[in-house]
Design a protein around this ligand. Structure first.
Ligand code: ARG
Length: 620
């Protein structure tokens, strides 16, 4: 019994990196204010106003308080009253419960809302006591969410587009899981299709040992062989016929064909795994490629036929929807079965929707791919709804992203014009980070162990690649630049990692001064938070917004908002640190309170870096 007790805490901290419930969650001020304004509207002007937008936003300027409510102006006409009079009535009716100071009516009829010091202090106390979740409450209700991401193709190189999908998808999955959602990570690998017929045939001639699983190929060699097989296919009619026959054998489950296919899949996947390991992608990303849905495809066609959605065009089975046009302006159907009976990428995606919704019980499905596939997904979503495959309330969302360009704004290629290999790209990031780190250590006259250098270089190099991608609004194209992403200034991974390590350093020094206790007590009440200076209040206000930002990303799936938030956080921290001495605080009480602010800032940074797939280092 005693033994069991002794080991319990270690197990708990392993399994609950983020305990699902915050000790005592902080208030989501924005939605809380929203609800209060709605109440006031109903109280003043009747129940018809229950659904009027409350128009509460963050204040656009510090002069306007912390939040502002802009509802009076748009209501003036409807209520036949002056906006300032409406603002005054609302202001009198608002029940702010000590969260905000009495509202201030400003300009044409804004309500400026300022959080009270008492509220900020008590909320920050909750954050201090909850180092893991920083007071962020889990979402209610929790949903079953499928995130489809990474999804490279067998016998092809994984390219920078897949890198973007991998990084974005991994972060979104982490964030949703942090909020308590039940997340299924699916890698929709392109492992099926007519190309496998020609590839298997060609390999039977060129590299039979590979198909027998007796020899391994580098992915790049496999890619070469794939290109050769394609050239043969285009040039040689007999080969074409044989390749088609091979596909039929494969699809019929012929053993020899299937085992050759499996050998190919295994070799490509080994190369993908290497990239995932270097990137630190969550190992729960589950490969469920296109082939998985192959047995379900005839049923998709049957369902579409039953729903009277199918139309034959040039021998192919198509679905024509209004509003989809090709470049020439002609109607652009979605082809679901070719004239030779073969199925399409789109057919597989329709089957995948059905499977995810029915078998996996997904309530939300996210597809993280390049923006070029927007129309494909729009059509898939619309057709699956028309065919009755998607129950009411289930949300299917394409999460598009822009192109990765090279620094000159052109397509991302090596000097010789080849597509850049991801492994080479990551290796270069690591090598450059190591050079930066060793140079800096030398300049600082520090001698560190190889283990330390390797750890820091990895965190900086891989962190830089991820952060550069995540910090950009995913809808824009972005230019891949090692110099920029590894720069110590600006919104970059090295900057954020240093910011975190620096705060931890300050904490260690102050803790020592306070008698080596190792930080302030983190149970609520043990430390009295003072928030005396403006810079302290500003920092506290920003810290308190963490939950709001995470929930915003849950909705709009823009992780760049997390990066913006922590970049601003570190600047607010710097302002605080410059104007409020921590090491030289005027009293032990003030010092403890400031140390607590350092601790909460560090926790919030660590939480966000974790969601962004980065490891926060204690020293760097
Ligand atoms: N394999 C595809 C590509 O490389 C991406 C697949 C995305 N997911 C999906 N369900 N279609 O572009």
């Amino acid at each position: 019994r005693r033994l069991h007790h002794a080991s319990a805490p270690a197990v708990a901290s392993l399994s609950a990196r983020h305990p699902p419930t915050a000790a005592q969650p902080t208030l989501d001020v924005l939605s809380w204010l929203d609800a209060r304004v709605k109440e006031a509207l109903v109280e003043c002007y009747g129940p018809e106003l229950r659904d009027a937008p409350s128009l509460v936003t963050l204040a656009t300027k510090p002069d306007f308080g912390d939040y502002q409510c802009n509802v009076a102006m748009p209501l003036a006409k409807q209520l036949r009253s002056a906006p300032r009079a409406i603002a005054a009535e609302l202001s009198a009716a608002l029940r702010l419960d000590g969260v905000c100071e009495p509202p201030e009516i400003a300009g044409p009829g804004f309500l400026n809302l300022r959080l009270t010091r008492a509220f900020l202090t008590s909320e920050l106390g909750k954050m201090l006591a909850d180092d893991e979740r920083c007071g962020v409450a889990p979402a209610a209700p929790a949903q079953r969410v499928v995130v489809d991401y990474s999804s490279p193709n067998i016998a092809k190189e994984m390219h920078v587009g897949h890198l973007r999908s991998t990084i974005l998808g991994d972060t979104l999955a982490k964030l949703l899981e942090f909020l308590g959602h039940d997340v299924l990570r699916l890698n929709h690998v392109g492992d099926w299709g007519t190309q496998f017929g020609m590839l298997i045939l060609h390999l039977r001639d060129e590299a039979p040992a590979v198909l027998a699983g007796e020899a391994q190929l580098e992915l790049s060699d496999l890619v070469q062989l794939y290109k050769q097989s394609k050239a043969r296919f285009d040039a040689d009619e007999a080969f074409q016929r044989d390749a088609r026959a091979e596909v039929v054998r494969l699809q019929a489950g012929d053993e020899r064909s299937l085992s050759a296919w499996k050998a190919l899949v295994e070799q490509s996947e080994a190369a993908f795994r290497q990239v995932y390991e270097t990137l630190g992608v969550d190992p729960r990303l589950q490969t469920r490629g296109e082939s998985f849905y192959n047995p379900m495809l005839p049923e998709v066609i049957a369902t579409l036929r039953e729903a009277s959605l199918l139309q034959e065009s040039d021998g192919a089975q198509c679905v024509f929807l209004d509003g989809y046009k090709n470049r020439e302006g002609a109607p652009q159907p979605m082809i679901v079965q070719k004239s030779d009976g073969g199925f399409m990428y789109s057919t597989t995606d329709l089957a995948a929707v059905a499977h995810r919704v029915k078998v996996e019980r997904a309530q939300r499905v996210l597809y993280v791919t390049d923006a070029g596939q927007a129309q494909h997904f729009q059509q898939v979503f619309e057709i699956s709804r028309l065919a009755g495959m998607v129950p009411e309330g289930v949300s299917l969302e394409h999460v598009p992203f822009g192109l990765v360009l090279s620094e000159d704004g052109k397509k991302f290629k090596t000097r010789s014009g080849e597509t850049v290999k991801l492994t080479a790209l990551l290796d270069e990031a690591l090598a450059r980070a190591r050079a930066d780190v060793t140079a800096r250590l030398q300049a600082e006259g520090r001698e560190e162990s190889e283990e330390f250098i390797a750890k820091v270089s990895h965190a900086v190099g891989i962190g830089a690649v991820k952060y550069a991608d995540l910090a950009m609004n995913r809808n824009s194209n972005y230019k891949f630049s090692f110099d920029k992403m590894l720069s110590l200034s600006g919104n970059t991974a090295p900057y954020m990692l240093y910011a975190y390590a620096r705060i931890r350093g300050i904490e260690r020094r102050v803790a020592q001064e306070l008698g080596g206790e190792g930080g302030v007590q983190s149970e609520e009440g043990a430390v009295k938070l003072l928030l005396l200076e403006d810079a302290e209040l500003n920092l506290a206000r920003h810290l308190l917004r963490v939950g709001e930002v995470v929930r915003e990303v849950e909705r709009d799936l823009l992780p760049s908002k997390l990066c913006e938030y922590i970049f601003e956080l570190s600047s607010k921290f710097n302002q605080f640190y410059e104007s409020c001495p921590v090491l030289q605080a005027e009293s032990a009480e003030v010092q403890r309170s400031r140390l607590a602010l350092c601790q909460v800032t560090a926790s919030v940074l660590r939480l966000n870096l974790g969601l962004l797939g980065m490891e926060a280092l204690e020293a760097i």
